[in-house]
Design a protein around this ligand. Structure first.
Ligand code: GDX
Ligand code: MG
Length: 385
């Protein structure tokens, strides 16, 4: 039987409570735990409802505040790790599921499909979803790019949505992850990177299941809202760069279904507001840090102070920039953080205007091929066609 977790921070209680009921209704689920960042409005509302739900479904519903487990900014990582600790120390459930609390398209199918893949013997099951071609820009430009450049022979580059927060772990997999000090340390947005990394580093078998209704949840406006996530995801990856990962672990991906027109037409972020961000927040020190980068990057970025530029940041240039960042980026330094954000922004804008503009199918094919080319580049030292 399974424990279902919803990590939450300042969410709409109605959305979370509906999701809790979907989970409670499922025959495989025997307990639900909501782990809050703090005692916010959502925490109070959910705690007030929990005893009634426990009674009407005959299954425990608990709400708790996350513990301080890691060493970085206290965030989603502490929330998820608190849940692993609870599973291992307080219960004997055989499986744990994680779902984001803000999802409005959650249904029993998500739990059923994950349980079925686990029944086949997979130790980890990851949900993946159709996404618009301009969404998931941290996943593509930071995480999958980094996985391809750093661990080209492992399955890491081929994991569809390595930052996804929806997954199932068997108890054994949860034990492996929670006993990994790198995982416990990662209290911030880097936790998804660490869970993905650690499951592959420990050689766990992974099944990726496709949820065609998609993950409908709260959306961002300008890319600036993603800044903290971007920085924390990149530094998580940077902290792992010298760690070994085995080749040839077991991994299967369910073939995706047809994507709805609405998803194909969706624009993932506000282009105009994001362009504006390239001109703001500059310091002399950032200009000095640019000395570390190839000349077209340095000149292009400096020109952004006057007018937004980004056409120089193509796929190969980004690989060069990425390796400079892996060597020099300092997450504790505000100028480095701002510069990483701007560099990533130019990459996202270059991709949007030269690739995404050509249509959904073209763009998704390009992104998958881009990862394959980075793998090739890393293995052979040269770019693939
Ligand atoms: N306990 C706890 N503590 N929960 C948190 C915290 C925190 O400090 N911060 C956020 N959450 C919850 C939040 O309420 C939601 O349920 C979930 O974590 C995800 O946060 P959200 O703000 O909805 O992020 P977003 O952009 O939807 O990102 C998620 O998906 C990304 C992805 O699919 O690529 C999240 O799981 C990311 O880590 C992931 O990169
Ligand atoms: Mg969300």
């Amino acid at each position: 039987m399974a424990l279902v977790i919803f990590p939450f921070k300042e969410e709409e209680p109605e959305v979370l409570l509906r999701n809790v009921e979907v989970a409670l209704d499922h025959p495989r689920v025997s307990e639900v735990l909501c782990v809050g960042a703090s005692e916010d409005r959502c925490f109070d509302a959910t705690s007030a409802e929990a005893p009634k739900l426990t009674k009407s479904y005959g299954k425990p519903v608990k709400v708790m505040v996350q513990e301080r487990i890691g060493g970085l900014r206290p965030g989603k990582g502490d929330g998820m790790n608190t849940a692993l600790k609870y599973l291992l120390e307080e219960t004997d459930h055989e499986r744990i599921h994680f779902y984001d609390a803000d999802i409005v398209s959650f249904s029993e199918e998500w739990i059923t499909k994950a349980e079925e893949a686990a029944d086949e013997g997979y130790q980890v099951v990851r949900h993946y979803f159709p996404r618009s071609s301009t969404d998931a820009m941290i996943t593509w430009m930071i995480t999958r790019t980094g996985f391809a450049l750093l661990w080209p022979r492992s399955v890491l580059p081929w994991i569809e949505q390595p930052l996804g927060g929806e997954l199932l772990l068997t108890r054994g997999a949860a034990e492996e992850l929670f006993s990994d000090p790198r995982v416990r340390r990662q209290s911030d947005w880097g936790i998804d990177t660490l869970y993905t990394f650690s499951m592959v580093a420990h050689g766990l078998s992974i099944s990726e299941i496709y949820i065609d209704v998609g993950k409908l949840h709260k959306l961002y406006g300008a890319l600036t809202d993603l800044k903290a996530m971007l920085i924390e995801c990149f530094s998580a990856l940077q902290s792992l760069k010298d760690e070994p990962v085995p080749e040839g672990t077991k991994h299967c991906i369910e073939y995706p279904g047809p994507v709805r027109q609405e998803m194909k037409e969706k624009v993932g972020y506000d282009l105009e507001r994001s362009l504006q961000l390239l001109r703001t927040g500059w310091s002399d020190r950032q200009a000095e840090l640019l000395e570390l980068f190839p000349r077209p990057v340095r000149e292009g970025m400096l020109a952004c102070r006057e007018y937004p530029r980004f056409s120089f940041m193509d796929e190969d240039t980004w690989a060069e920039v990425y390796s400079v960042l892996l060597d020099h980026f300092d997450p504790g330094d505000d100028d480095w953080r701002e510069l990483l954000f701007k560099l990533w922004l130019t990459r996202v804008l270059q991709y949007t205007t030269t690739v995404a503009l050509r249509g959904y199918d073209y763009a998704m094919h390009y992104l998958h091929r881009m990862v394959a080319r980075y793998v090739h580049r890393s293995l052979t030292g040269s770019s693939a066609a």
